[in-house]
Design a protein around this ligand. Sequence first.
Ligand code: MF3
Ligand code: CO
Ligand code: CO
Length: 295
Amino acid sequence: MKNKSQKTGRNALCPCGSGLKYKRCCGSRGAPAAKDAESIYARRYNIRLKKASDVEAIRKAGRLVMETLDLVESRIEPGLVTEEINTLVHKFTIKNNGVPAPLNYRGFPKSVCVSVNEVICHGIPGPYALKDGDIVNVDVTTILDGYYADANKSFWVGTPSPDAKKIVDVARESLKRGIAIVKPGNTVGDIGWAIQTWAEDNGCSVVREFVGHGVGFDFHESPQIPHFGRRGQGIELIPGMVFTIEPMINLGDHSLRILKDNWTAVTRDRSLSAQFEQTLVVTEDGSEILTPYDL
Ligand code: MF3
Ligand code: CO
Ligand code: CO
């Protein structure tokens, strides 16, 4: 085996075993030839591309996620206790042969994340009763036949204040713009750029500590998808990549704190925060949402 510390010539065979010249493979920053994409993305970025049958299975899991979110949405009203959202999600998932991925994931104690007002993400369902004017994010991740799909939505409870309306609208449009830029040849940085530009041009801020992620075979896979970034930077998107985009947008500053429960992330300035998330696959000419809902 070749010593990895030895410098590889640009025209020599790539040490990754792809059979390509080094300059056309791991020594390049461009997109690899399609036939080698799978092994190259695996070696270079630890990205596991999905084949058509994998995508179909994630699509199925995604349908169940959306049915679950629809069920929760139909029950949102002042007085609903966040623990009841957990019960709804848990029972509905199990009834449909799914597994709620959050439960016991790295010690998370519930089957769904419910994040109210200044909670950015990873809120733990409990005794809190929703009240008129709240915003609430419900993040559902379901395993079906071994495949994961992950999506969330923010809802208004009763009548939203102007601030509540604004932050939910900006977060929703941020996700829409992030998705719109997904196609082969664009990069992970383009997604972050599209989101950050929209959020900041509207006077809001983008959370840095939590990012979108590869998903499907596991809850969190490579690559990370930051919701901020520069055009043209980062990994080039290629067909078969499945990941989430899930911008968390704050009305005030982007910085956060984690509460003593070690999960709940809140805005440091206690300003409102909203989020939308979808799982999507990169296709030949763009993307397909695997957890479809109207944005
Ligand atoms: N669903 C979240 C995401 O979008 C992750 C939640 S992790 C949990 O990545 F443990 F809090 F469930
Ligand atoms: Co996610
Ligand atoms: Co999620």
